[in-house]
Design a protein around this ligand. Structure first.
Ligand SMILES: Nc1ncnc2c1ncn2[C@@H]1O[C@H](COP(=O)(O)OP(=O)(O)OP(=O)(O)O)[C@@H](O)[C@H]1O
Ligand SMILES: [Zn+2]
Length: 687
């Protein structure tokens, strides 16, 4: 068919490469009018890509347009609200709607033909209801704080313009129960519910809780689904389709689930809203938490942001009255918050050459718990055996040849591994530089801590949980089960085990070496450290109160630091107030708005030249551009990484400046051939 004969013109959002400058939806010819939100395949160059018919008038074509190649007509179009969300997110994070759509739709959609997709939809329909009607679940009686929180969420749901709610509840205060009740009410009203969690490893536990609770209310298969990147492509498509068709009533997922198509969405919950993993760290660097707030506002539905240590951004919104704050101060199951003991490392007699992560008093405390049959958790945010190997003769260290970082010694498989680029080698038996056989690990990771604990406390059942111990499918579940079943005495791990888990038996938590983050150049480091330690401590004493108080032990060289002092009193409010005062006086977020321009090249000079030229393009008295600086880990996989901070007092001002900047940067890149990649990160988390 001749191209120009097709009667209709449609706009299609399609993932055109950035250098093409084709950031707006593109026009195509079509035989029939296509509703906005329809999924199609369209030609682009010599490829054929998935696209979304985009709302808005197509201009009258002055050239012959290429025709739409195929239409996924078995699938109802994506909603207008979904298109609005994508339009907003793309604009805000400075990406094209085509790129963002393509990134957030299930990857399998890109591979299937319309016929294949139609077959998937038929298969979905055939999934029949389970036969036996499940029994009504047991629900705990809400305490006063919980009941009040649920009532306030309901009140917001009834309001014409609901305010976001910040559920500020101490660890173990029963926030999950509040989510369950609020979800139940929304589900009963015929609405869909979206629950976001920061970590994939928390989804099975939470999914089990929701499934158990709603088995009677939602007996249909696929009424409760999860969405995260660990699903197989087929599962992810199936669950996404179930949500899109309105069949899934409750969707539980990680950050990418904020983009799920949910035609009846009536409530959004963001659990552990402060968690940095809500921010996507490559491609479109969106914040799922912030988009959840936007989406809820757009749909006029409530969003509940829950945390024991809210992000300072959210806290400030609660202070200013933009968010409604709900406070829960008591532990729901009756236990007490752990007593925090700041152990002063300076009080130990210094023994040259002996590193003291496992101090004698700490071992004593662990032994006592062990004798009483109580579980303990030892937290160290560094995996591997030792962060670096060292030769005492020639001072060689196990650096990575491709990165500005040390390679970590992993003893179990006797490798040196770079945690940045993945470069792995067998541990040399002698110093590669001078041949000395006496090379030794410096410092300590979880693997070494596990070994030392087992040595120092014979008979103790020590289990390590971190990214290395849980590589294979099912391992994490099995390890967590062992902890819950009481088959473990001492749990050693990274931040993976400090968040969210409802451990009932742990009575003692120790952070052996947390000081590092106190003196970071990143202004958010204290906020992150405080949250991490509060969360870690929050794993202790969640069961019924014991005879001996639950305790958190922090080993530090800086006992008097305000952060630790606030931690010792469980005083998030004090900490947040102090931090916000500092941020205000230094004009840092949330009192200013930031973006980072990042550039990567083989040489630091090339990256820097690009950034310097980019800075020249910003002529705005209200937008401050800082000098380019190297990334905290400047070189990764032989690529030098530089970044430049852009700051404005007003969000809108920053947005307008970035919008104008983008086409200029695309053009500028053409002159800077040595630059491999560049990207803008709006509201960056790590600086
Ligand atoms: N009303 C209640 N009565 C008795 N027990 C409750 C009640 N509500 C919750 N619980 C129990 O209290 C424990 C802690 O609840 P939950 O895990 O929801 O806390 P949380 O606030 O999410 O904590 P964290 O911030 O540490 O994740 C759970 O074991 C839960 O079953
Ligand atoms: Zn490396």
């Amino acid at each position: 068919m001749a191209e120009s004969q097709l009667p209709e013109t449609v706009r299609v959002a399609v993932d055109a490469p950035q250098h093409s400058g084709l950031t707006a939806p593109l026009d195509y010819a079509s035989e029939q009018a296509l509703a906005p939100g329809s999924l199609v395949r369209v030609p682009l160059g010599r490829r054929e890509l998935l696209g979304v018919v985009w709302p808005g008038e197509a201009a009258a074509p002055d050239v012959a347009l290429r025709p739409v190649a195929a239409v996924f007509d078995a699938l109802p179009p994506l909603g207008q609200d979904w298109c609005r969300l994508l339009e907003f997110a793309a604009g805000y994070y400075q990406r094209s709607v085509g790129e963002l759509s393509s990134a957030v739709l299930p990857p399998q959609l890109r591979e299937l033909s319309p016929d294949q997709l139609a077959a998937r939809l038929r298969k979905l329909e055939r999934k029949a209801a389970k036969s036996a009607a499940p029994t009504e679940p047991a629900r705990p009686v809400l305490n006063g704080e919980q009941a009040e929180a649920v009532a306030r969420i309901e009140a917001q749901r009834a309001s014409a313009v609901p305010k976001p709610l910040l559920l500020f509840g101490v660890t173990g205060s029963g926030k999950t129960e509040v989510y369950l009740r609020a979800a139940e009410a929304a589900l009963a009203a015929g609405r869909q519910v979206l629950v976001l969690v920061p970590e994939i490893n928390l989804t099975p536990q939470l999914e089990a809780r929701f499934t158990e609770r709603f088995a009677a209310l939602l007996p249909e298969p696929l009424a409760i689904v999860s969405l995260h990147s660990a699903l197989t492509p087929a599962q992810r498509l199936q669950n996404w389709l179930a949500a899109h068709l309105g069949r899934a009533r409750l969707v539980l997922g990680t950050r990418l689930a904020v983009f799920a198509s949910l035609p009846d969405l009536g409530l959004i919950v963001v659990d552990e809203e402060h968690d940095p993993s809500y921010k996507q760290q490559d491609g479109a660097r969106y914040s799922a938490r912030d988009l959840a707030v936007w989406r809820a506002h757009d749909l006029k539905v409530p969003v509940v942001l829950g945390s024991a240590t809210p992000s300072l951004e959210s806290w400030q919104h609660a202070e200013s009255g933009r968010y409604e704050r709900l406070t829960m101060k008591l532990r729901a199951a009756g236990g007490d918050l752990p007593r925090v003991r700041l152990f002063d490392m300076k009080s130990l007699a210094a023994t040259p050459g002996v590193t003291t992560a496992l101090t004698a008093p700490l071992l004593g405390a662990l032994r006592e718990r062990l004798d009483r049959g109580e579980q303990s958790l030892v937290f160290l945010n560094r995996r591997g055996y030792a962060p670096v190997l060292h030769c005492g003769e020639c001072q060689w260290k196990s650096d990575c040849p491709h990165c500005s970082a040390w390679r970590v010694f992993h003893k179990r498989d006797r490798t040196l591994r770079c945690h940045h680029c993945g470069f792995t080698e067998r541990v040399p038996s002698a110093c590669p530089n001078c041949g000395n056989h006496d090379i030794a690990p410096i410092g300590r990771g979880t693997e070494r801590l596990e070994e030392q604990l087992a040595e120092a406390l014979p008979g103790a059942r020590v289990l390590r949980i971190d990214a290395d111990s849980t590589r294979r499918k099912g391992e994490l579940e099995a390890q967590l089960k062992a902890v819950h079943d009481g088959d473990v005495d001492i749990l050693v791990g990274t931040q993976m085990i400090t968040k969210g888990h409802d451990f009932q038996r742990i009575r003692f938590v120790a952070a052996v070496n947390p000081d590092g983050a106190l003196f970071s150049s990143d202004f958010r480091a204290p906020e992150r450290l405080f949250a991490l330690l509060m969360q870690a401590g929050g794993r202790a004493g969640r069961g019924a109160s014991g005879e001996h108080p639950a305790e958190m032990w922090v080993q530090t060289w800086h006992r008097d630091h305000a952060l630790y002092q606030a931690l010792a009193r469980h005083d998030y409010v004090r900490f947040a107030t102090d931090q916000l005062a500092e941020r205000r006086s230094a004009s840092l977020p949330p009192f200013s708005h930031l973006a980072l321009l990042r550039a990567e090249a083989r040489t630091a000079e090339a990256a820097q030249a690009f950034l310097a030229a980019a800075a020249e393009l910003v002529q705005d008295a209200e937008v401050l551009v800082y000098p380019p600086v190297p990334h905290a880990v400047a070189r990764v996989a032989d690529v030098e990484r530089m970044q430049m901070l852009v700051e404005a007092g007003q969000r809108a001002r920053l947005q307008a400046r970035l919008r104008a900047w983008m086409p200029a940067l695309i053009a500028l890149k053409k002159e800077h051939k040595a630059v491999l990649r560049w990207a803008v990160d709006v509201d960056p988390l790590a600086i």
